[in-house]
Design a protein around this ligand. Structure first.
Ligand code: ADP
Length: 173
């Protein structure tokens, strides 16, 4: 049996789930978009843990496609799983890197024993990935995940366009 997938339009920082996934940048030191919102709402504990991870394990930054967990600070979640999406390129197919963000985040969630996970539409903001394509990759990877600890995945889409793209991917792919 696979995981239960649902869609929400809104702000991921308000989701009551075990793990919230952050579309981070490789510095792990915060940025704009969903990353900025998670750090603002979650408070300084998240950044402090990111700095420690940076110093201990990721001196050159977290590579695209990888995922790592920290506390969720003041968010109504237990953990934030930070993953770095690929920047979209029309010349080079980086779909495997985007797929790896979803797979890697789910693997970390399993290690933590999380039951519910919320994902934003990774790479579809500043990194410019076309949302229809990003949605198909996201849905495919989550559907392929064999449910163990993780039973529920919520895609939390900030804009009506992103919500529509994920709805389409869920219904037709
Ligand atoms: P990336 O650098 O991976 O493109 P962004 O944060 O720029 O990351 O955008 C990723 C997606 O997150 C975009 O679709 C954007 O609209 C969305 N987003 C921005 N803020 C939030 C939020 N608070 N909750 C959920 N999604 C958000």
């Amino acid at each position: 049996m696979g995981v239960d997938i649902s869609l929400v339009q809104g702000d991921i920082t308000e989701e009551r789930v075990d793990a919230v996934v952050n579309a981070a940048n490789s510095s792990l030191l915060g940025g704009g978009g969903v990353d900025g919102a998670i750090h603002r709402r979650g408070g300084p504990e998240i950044l402090a843990e990111c700095r420690r991870l940076r110093a201990s394990s990721y001196g050159r930054g977290l590579p695209a496609g990888r995922a790592v967990a920290t506390t969720a600070g003041r968010l109504p979640a237990r953990w934030v799983i930070h993953t770095v999406g690929p920047v979209y390129s029309a010349e080079q197919d980086r779909s495997d890197v985007l797929a790896s963000c979803y797979r890697g985040s789910l693997a970390v969630a399993e290690e933590l024993g999380a039951r519910s996970v919320a994902f934003p539409a990774i790479s579809t903001g500043v990194y410019r990935w076309p949302v229809d394509s990003a949605a198909r990759i996201a849905v495919r990877e989550v559907r392929a995940h064999p449910a163990a600890s993780v039973r529920e995945v919520r895609f939390v889409l900030f804009t009506p366009d992103a919500y529509a793209a994920f709805q389409e991917a869920l219904d037709h792919s």
